[in-house]
Design a protein around this ligand. Structure first.
Ligand SMILES: Nc1ncnc2c1ncn2[C@@H]1O[C@H](COP(=O)(O)OP(=O)(O)OP(=O)(O)O)[C@@H](O)[C@H]1O
Length: 231
């Protein structure tokens, strides 16, 4: 459903992605691995359209989205939980979730149960400002904001970064529940190998701005980890 072909992207003079090709199939949790700075976030931004591709294509459900704006990609069914969460600190929790709903082009102000059911603590905080929430609560809010548009592809950029272990377990449960529902595919960039192995179906490792390795869980052995992931 998501197909990235020979994607090139970067910032100013610097080229970061040098021909990335990957796919996410319906219902899969696909994980993006690689050492710090290899370009995982840059790839996520390019798929969402926050960063323009210089070459190559991003297509989704058969449509070429490469030149489409992020809002159009959201309307097509792509949800995004960016690295660092990017919760709007001055807006209330409810307004933050509503932004996700509006991104999908919805005219209603009714948050779908599916967005909130997995985060039962959030409704009680609807009137609080996003900036007053803890890091873990903000991550849950960022998830709910992305799920409000009922996406069929969710991009998760390092959702466990800086999050306490109990909330990491909650995030793992949410990813497993989304996977069990079978309606939403996930592309997950994450540093924790233990975490990705516990949820992932298929794995891509980036190196020098391109895919250096790909395979299933059984193939992700110690030799691969030593070669591409050990610092
Ligand atoms: N806004 C930016 N302007 C210029 N260079 C950038 C910008 N954002 C990232 N970079 C550079 O692009 C490269 C790839 O960064 P990116 O954040 O995509 O990597 P990453 O694999 O997600 O790393 P990490 O795991 O540390 O988040 C790095 O060398 C980084 O310094």
């Amino acid at each position: 459903m998501l197909a990235v072909q020979q994607l090139e992207a970067g910032y100013g003079e610097s080229v970061i992605l040098r021909g990335v090709t990957l796919q996410v199939r319906p219902g899969q949790v696909v994980c993006l691995l690689g050492r710090n700075g290899v370009g995982k976030t840059t790839l996520m931004k390019s798929i969402m359209g926050v960063l323009k591709a210089r070459k190559g294509t991003v297509s989704y459900k058969g449509d070429d989205l490469t030149r489409r704006a992020p809002g159009q990609r959201a309307k097509k069914g792509i949800g995004y939980v960016p690295q660092g969460r990017e919760v709007f600190a001055q807006l209330t929790v409810f307004e933050n979730v509503l932004l996700g709903l509006e991104a999908s082009g919805s005219k209603t102000r009714v948050i779908p149960d599916a967005a909130i059911a997995k985060f039962p603590v959030l409704p009680a905080m609807y009137d609080r400002r996003g900036g007053d929430l803890s890091g873990g609560q903000q991550q849950q809010l960022a998830f709910a904001r992305a799920l409000a548009s009922e996406p069929d592809l969710l991009l998760l950029d390092e959702p466990c970064e800086g999050i306490q272990p109990s909330i990491v377990d909650d995030i793992r449960d949410v990813i497993r529940a989304i996977k069990a529902d079978g309606k939403t595919s996930i592309l997950l960039a994450e540093q924790s190998l233990e975490f990705v192995k516990s949820v992932g179906d298929y794995f891509y490792i980036l190196e020098k701005g391109a895919v250096a390795w790909e395979g299933g869980l059984a193939d992700l052995n110690d030799e691969v980890i030593r070669q591409y992931l050990t610092v």
